[in-house]
Write a protein that binds this ligand. Structure first.
Ligand code: OAD
Length: 272
């Protein structure tokens, strides 16, 4: 076994003793709900439960590439609400940035498209945005990039832009991975990193969307896997060295920071 027991204190010991220094973090929408961005699947508050007004055939259609081709407007209604710039990182984002600053973060795999990891100061080379992000956009047919400032204006008006290239009338879409699209190469190229982790931290994800949901399994036993989430997800908890800390991610990272003696540093990094 790697841990003395299945507690955050034992995880903190592992980090402090220098035995965990290639930490791989895997995140989802739950780390951003405290910033005011809804997640997808939480009952009542999740986006998929609140899309009735958009008249979709089913909620996930809003992120479906075939549906988008037919009708891009529902996505653009949502894009206006989710567009980066209106939100501040949470203390969970600040914790990941602190791991990076201490040289302990091997890689962050995120499913989030809100760019809050970068905003919190996680270096871009340590982030794999598995589902893309709102940072760039292009034509879905000929892939011609579309300028950022024009995109912002279109999103504010809820008006789907079309391709700027003469002779192409393709729709423009942020470089977010829709259902029916391949994940970025960086995800597949980076997967081996998950297999080399000496500690895995899973935060704020229901682990329901593949292939991302398979990442925690890539860490070989007995590499400890810590779950900071409201509910139990995936196969977390089935291995002897899995540590479950159910509750909010923010409370979880604060407990872990307390155990590490990093709490003051974490709070001041977050307030910056
Ligand atoms: P989900 O909405 O599926 O899951 C969010 C998870 O975080 C749930 O388990 C919640 O219980 C938990 N949660 C919410 N708020 C929390 C908090 N403050 N503290 C702790 N836990 C909290 O979101 P994802 O797993 O990110 O893909 O969803 C995966 C993918 O499905 C998304 O990237 C998106 C979506 O379709 C695309 O759009 C391509």
């Amino acid at each position: 076994r790697t841990l003395s027991d299945r507690s955050l204190a034992a995880v903190a010991d592992l980090i402090r003793s220098g035995r965990a220094k290639r930490i791989v973090v895997m995140t989802g929408a739950g780390i951003s709900t405290a910033a005011g961005i809804p997640d997808f699947r939480s009952p009542k508050t999740g986006l998929y439960h609140n899309l009735a007004r958009l008249n979709l055939p089913h909620p996930e259609a809003v992120f479906d590439i075939d549906f988008f081709r037919e009708d891009p407007r529902p996505f653009y209604v949502l894009a206006k609400e989710l567009y980066p710039g209106n939100f501040q990182p949470t203390v969970s984002h600040a914790f990941i940035a602190l791991l990076a600053r201490k040289g302990l973060l091997r890689m962050l795999f995120t499913q989030n498209i809100d760019c809050l990891e970068r905003a919190a100061g996680v270096p871009p080379e340590l982030i794999i945005e598995a589902h893309g992000s709102f940072a760039t956009q292009r034509c879905i047919e000929c892939k011609t990039p579309f300028p950022d400032d024009a995109m912002r204006a279109h999103v504010e008006r809820g008006d789907p832009p079309s391709c700027p290239r003469e002779g192409c009338d393709g729709l423009v879409k942020p470089d977010i991975v829709f259902f029916g699209e391949r994940l970025p190469d960086a995800f597949y190229e980076g997967s081996s990193i998950a297999a080399q982790a000496d500690l895995v931290l899973v935060m704020g994800t229901s682990l329901t969307v593949h292939p991302f949901a398979g990442l925690p399994r890539l860490a070989p036993e007995p590499v400890p896997r810590v779950l900071l989430n409201r509910e139990c997800v995936g196969d977390l908890g089935t291995r002897a060295d899995d540590v479950l800390r159910l509750g909010t991610c923010d409370a979880g990272v604060r407990d872990l920071a307390d155990a590490l003696g990093w709490r003051g540093e974490l709070e001041s990094a977050w307030e910056e």
